[in-house]
Design a protein around this ligand. Structure first.
Ligand code: F6P
Length: 391
């Protein structure tokens, strides 16, 4: 058997772990693996060369801890799926044709595609063309499909954000500042929500819970009035300010590059609360570097599972994590809808129990009777007794 693997779209920690798992399981079965360079582009011929290599266990052993991808990647290029007005997705037929020729010429009996939303769509189109494709979901955003509880890369990003916020908190505390941290996530709020809970952020602003800046300002003032020195605000890049996305760049083809909401929010908060505010965009630090152990292990499991599916002749599917088990679903199901944070989910309810400000409620509703219950001096003043317990 000769099988292929490529990764496409933005990179994320854990891709190399998938490649290692895939190559290791394939070679155990006596198969050969071809790794294509720079995404689907590797399937296209170039003059005087080739854009792929034979991957052997010698090359891939222990790459599970390496960040990035040894194959290189791109989120632009010839395979970008275009959707017409009728909602029909396609890749230029001549491009598809060239890819098919490469696959046939190399005698590939299967192709594993590691990718996010866009790449899984391209994988689905290749599969519709009759090519034996397996999709392996990856993204730090964790927004790929409801069918997978987690994608690898997400936990690594949350670790980076959490460590950064822990650092930012100490300087925010020294200066009694508001610090606004802008994180990735595209149009989902998973990274902001999880890192906000893990670092005890005061405010978490995500696309799935529309917020009113007035609520955020009033809640921050209330928290300051309770004597808190620093205020930590985590905002997802895809959260909407006054109902609109904030972008740093819009291209003619309609592509929007998200960014800038952290800056805008920090200025509003400083102006409206009178408290000094700064912002920090964590950007691509969230995607770079070594994968955390969870992502290494999930990546390896996905890679090995893809080989097992090929062995069973099961194609047109995506591997997924369901609870503790790696499973698979049709690629079409995996790309049917994005995975978003549910505002009524247990995670959000947990955050609310901790007093996280989502900006959808005014302080009266958020804090309720908490102020008097937490302030022992209030009880002392009323009863004239001290609340100190005997040792
Ligand atoms: O990988 C997902 C993501 O990190 C998004 O959250 C972010 O908007 C985008 O990729 C950035 O992509 P690029 O590397 O093209 O700037």
């Amino acid at each position: 058997m000769i099988i292929g693997i490529l990764n496409s779209g933005g990179d994320c920690p854990g891709i190399n772990a998938v490649i290692e798992g895939f190559v290791s399981a394939a070679y155990r079965r006596g198969w050969r693996v071809i790794g294509f360079h720079d995404g689907f582009e590797g399937l296209l011929p170039i003059v005087g060369g080739r854009r792929y290599e034979i991957l052997t266990p010698n090359k891939t052993h222990k790459i599970r801890s390496k960040g990035g991808t040894i194959l290189g990647t791109t989120n632009t290029g010839n395979f970008n799926v275009r959707v017409n007005k009728l909602g029909h997705a396609s890749v230029e037929p001549s491009v598809m044709d060239k890819a098919r020729k490469t696959i046939t010429a190399l005698g590939l009996q299967a192709l594993a595609v590691i990718g996010g939303n866009g790449s899984a769509r391209t994988a689905s189109l290749l599969s519709e063309e009759g090519l034996p494709v397996i999709s392996i979901p990856k993204t730090i955003n964790n927004d790929l499909c409801p069918a997978s509880d987690f994608t690898f890369g997400f936990q690594s990003a949350v670790s980076v954000v959490s460590e950064s916020i822990d650092r930012i908190r100490t300087t925010a505390n020294s200066h009694q500042r508001i610090m606004v941290i802008e994180v990735m996530g595209d149009l989902s709020g998973w990274i902001a929500l999880h890192s906000g809970i893990s670092t005890a952020a005061d405010v978490v602003l995500i696309p799935e819970i529309p917020f009113d800046m007035k609520n955020v300002i009033d809640c921050v003032k209330a928290r300051k009035a309770q004597g808190q020195r620093e205020i930590i605000v985590v905002v997802a890049e895809g959260a909407r300010l006054n109902g609109s996305l904030v972008t740093v760049r819009n291209k003619d083809n309609g592509d929007e590059r998200l960014g800038g909401i952290g800056n805008r929010i920090s200025h509003i908060l400083e102006d409206e609360t009178g408290i000094e505010a700064r912002y920090c965009v964590l950007g691509h630090t969230q995607r770079g570097g070594s994968p955390c152990p969870f992502d290494r292990i999930l990546g390896i499991r996905f890679g090995v599972e893809a080989v097992k599916l090929i062995e069973q002749n099961t194609f047109g599917v995506s591997v997924v994590l369901k609870g503790l088990d790696v499973d698979h679903v049709p690629i079409k199901e995996a790309i049917a809808e994005p995975r978003m944070v549910r505002p009524d989910s247990q995670m959000v309810r947990t955050a609310r129990e901790l007093g996280v400000i989502f900006g959808d409620l005014p302080p009266e509703e958020l804090y309720g009777h908490q102020k008097t219950a937490e302030d022992p001096s209030a009880t002392e003043k009323k009863t004239g007794k001290t609340s100190r317990k005997k040792a």
